[in-house]
Design a protein around this ligand. Structure first.
Ligand SMILES: [Ca+2]
Ligand SMILES: [Ca+2]
Length: 396
């Protein structure tokens, strides 16, 4: 027993020694915004380019010919700071048998389009003529288009729809269940025409509500994810002028949550500015978003502040870095900061800034982390909007 205690003690001593790093696995992408892997395929990673192209990394090598090119129907050109273009992609859980790929993009007339495509006989090529549009939503403004799509552990497709845009949610869309804006939608793509509403969606009995709504009160969730072990959901909701936030809901509580926007920004009243009804769910974590303010104040192009736009990430469930089990990674698009925490009883614990440690590009540091991604083994990737894909590793 004493010996085991000693071993445990030694392990404890070294527990703090874990040092993370990153390696570049591919570069030369044009404004990449996401990376993912189809179920049942450990050879290929798929990288989304915002202009409307999907590229592959096959057995570690970037493939020249794209998997898909839908530039003919995606809003172009993508100007700096543009929130339009190809924004999300999800492989069907039964992709190996049905070849279904779902994409979320902004078309030339500023609609959000959610479509299903089918892979061609050549498995390295999507049949772009197979497009079947499931949803077409006219965007009132060019920004806040959400765009992320993920299949949940229940097999339903979850879709992030931003509040529609402009500034301060002028139409109060996010609190309005009669519009899909400012929400996470949940649909059944395996039934109905063109899809069905799951029977346990929370607002089915609400007469005028959009029945697709799963959660609401969101400003612009750019990326969200499910913990692949627990089914808990983590959402990165981009803030207005003051606060960026991560929202968390456990798998057993999920459905029907109001995350507070535009009444609240993070933990703070937004509209009205004081004495707001703060019954909206509080974020698990917030950080100040003072980039624009600091820019004016200091005249610096890239002031050293926490950030300006949260990029939601993943709970690490890989096997390569055992000590990271259950650690949630997220980042800020503007400052390049990468942070982690562990959720315990609905609270963020062990919060850490990992930016220097992960040291993207060995010091060739990026300010533009557009997304994280996860492969089938649960290993994590970091997408640099400047065109580079990194993999999270342990320092030698
Ligand atoms: Ca919009
Ligand atoms: Ca909120």
């Amino acid at each position: 027993m004493k010996f085991i205690s000693f071993i445990l003690f030694i392990q404890f001593l070294f527990a703090g020694e874990l040092k993370l790093s990153s390696i570049k696995i591919a570069d030369g992408f044009s404004k990449p915004v996401y990376i993912c892997q189809p179920p049942g395929d450990n050879e290929r990673l798929f990288v989304l380019e915002q202009k409307g192209v999907v590229k592959m990394i096959k057995n570690g090598e970037k493939v020249r010919k794209p998997f898909a090119d839908i530039r003919d129907r995606v809003h172009n050109p993508v100007i700096p700071g543009d929130e339009r273009g190809l924004l999300g992609l999800a492989f069907h859980p039964d992709y190996q048998s049905n070849g279904f790929v779902f994409m979320n993009y902004i078309d030339e007339d500023d609609h959000t389009i959610i479509s299903r495509f089918i892979v061609s006989e050549n498995l390295d090529k999507l049949d772009t003529d197979s497009e079947k549009i499931l949803m077409k939503i006219k965007q009132p403004f060019s920004n806040h288009n959400g765009g992320h799509m993920v299949f949940g552990p229940d097999g339903y497709l979850y879709i992030s729809v931003g509040d529609g845009g402009k500034w301060g949610d002028p139409y109060n869309n996010a609190q309005n269940l009669e519009t899909v804006f400012g929400s996470i939608l949940r649909i059944d793509v395996d039934n109905g025409e063109p899809y069905a509403i799951p029977e346990d969606n929370p607002f089915l009995k609400h007469e005028n509500a959009k029945k697709e709504i799963w959660q609401y009160g969101l400003r612009n969730v750019w990326r969200f994810s499910f913990d692949r072990e627990t089914g808990d959901i983590y959402l990165g909701d981009v803030g207005q002028d003051m606060w960026e936030e991560i929202d968390f809901v456990s798998a057993e509580d999920a459905g029907g949550q109001n995350f507070g926007w535009r009444v609240m920004e993070g933990n703070h009243c937004y509209n009205p500015k004081e004495n707001c009804d703060s019954t909206g769910l509080m974020p698990i974590l917030e950080y100040p978003n003072d980039a624009n303010y600091m820019k004016v104040l200091t005249g610096m192009d890239e002031p050293n502040v926490d950030g300006c736009s949260v990029t939601g990430g993943y709970v690490y469930r890989g096997s390569a870095i055992d000590k990271l089990q259950g650690t949630y990674f997220f980042a800020d698009y503007c400052s390049g900061n990468i942070w982690t925490f562990k959720e315990k009883n609905g609270k963020a614990t062990e919060f850490q800034n990992r930016t220097e440690e992960i040291n993207l590009g060995g010091g060739g540091f990026t300010n533009y982390i557009s997304s994280f991604g996860e492969d089938n083994n649960g290993e994590l990737y970091i997408v640099d909007y400047n065109g580079i894909i990194f993999k999270l590793t342990v320092a030698e």
